[in-house]
Write a protein that binds this ligand. Structure first.
Ligand code: MF3
Ligand code: CO
Length: 247
């Protein structure tokens, strides 16, 4: 079932989204060579609590952490472990919070020190794909319009969209309907309505689109070990456009 959020709920989502973006801003600055992934996790816990919100990933379907910290060929859903970042890594930091009973979700890939040119291009294309997708968000457009915009843009840069993981509705739960694939055909799929809240989250690989789901039940990596990037925002569908709630 696709839900429509009410005005007061949207205001709470705006507040929660603001908190989440401040948390990610802070973690992004912290992601320097030598920093341990477990330190990012601890910092996230402290900040989320200090701002009166709760982490939403920990315990969700048994996920063990507040953050997903996916490094280099890791795509998504990597729980922070005892590992130090090193110069040249790229790290995707994904976090969700619950604030006043409503959920927001956002991710960004950030550089650790100086990174390679292909890594920089991968991050730039993935971030831009998310923005291009947001231009498709308005009442009456479809989920397929979003996916097609992402797929076309990414493939025009000779990079690959991950197809076995998708975006989603959000707000009352971590994951709601509809699914928001990062591929599709214009005019196909669920129709967007004002008041819907969705997460658009392109995952893009330098090599092939195939990913491997590790035995721990969470970790997703690229099959060919190529670098992967991930950007995600929680977005409100409006009559004439989109509002980013996690900006
Ligand atoms: N943004 C990711 C997603 O929507 C993070 C989910 S982690 C989980 O899939 F633990 F909540 F599953
Ligand atoms: Co998500």
């Amino acid at each position: 079932m696709i839900t429509i959020k009410k005005k007061d709920e949207i205001n709470k989502l705006r507040e929660g989204g603001k908190i989440l973006s401040l948390v990610l801003d802070d973690l992004q600055k912290m992601a320097k060579p030598g920093v341990n992934l477990l330190d990012l996790e601890k910092r996230a816990e402290k900040l989320i609590k200090a701002m009166g919100a709760e982490p939403s990933f920990k315990g969700y379907s048994g996920y063990p952490a507040i953050l997903c910290t996916s490094v280099n060929e890791e795509v998504v859903h990597c729980a922070p472990k005892n590992r130090k970042l090193k110069e040249g890594d790229i790290i995707s930091i994904d976090c969700g919070v619950k604030y006043k009973n409503l959920f927001t979700d956002s991710a960004r890939t950030v550089p650790v020190g100086k990174i390679s040119e292909p890594a920089r291009k991968l991050m730039h294309v993935t971030a831009t794909a998310l923005h291009i997708a947001m231009h498709q968000v308005r009442e009456g457009n479809t989920v397929g319009d979003i996916g097609a915009a992402i797929e076309n843009y990414v493939s025009s840069h000779k990079l690959s969209v991950v197809r076995s993981l998708v975006g989603h509705g959000v707000g009352y739960k971590v994951h709601e309907d509809p699914k928001i694939p990062n591929y599709g055909k214009p005019k196909e799929g669920a129709i967007l309505r004002a008041g819907m809240v969705i997460c658009i989250e392109p995952m893009v690989n330098i090599g092939g689109s195939e990913v491997v789901f590790e035995d721990d039940g969470w970790t997703v990596t690229t099959k060919d070990y190529s670098l992967s990037a991930h950007f995600e925002h929680t977005i409100l569908v409006k009559e004439n456009g989109a509002e980013i709630l996690t900006k």
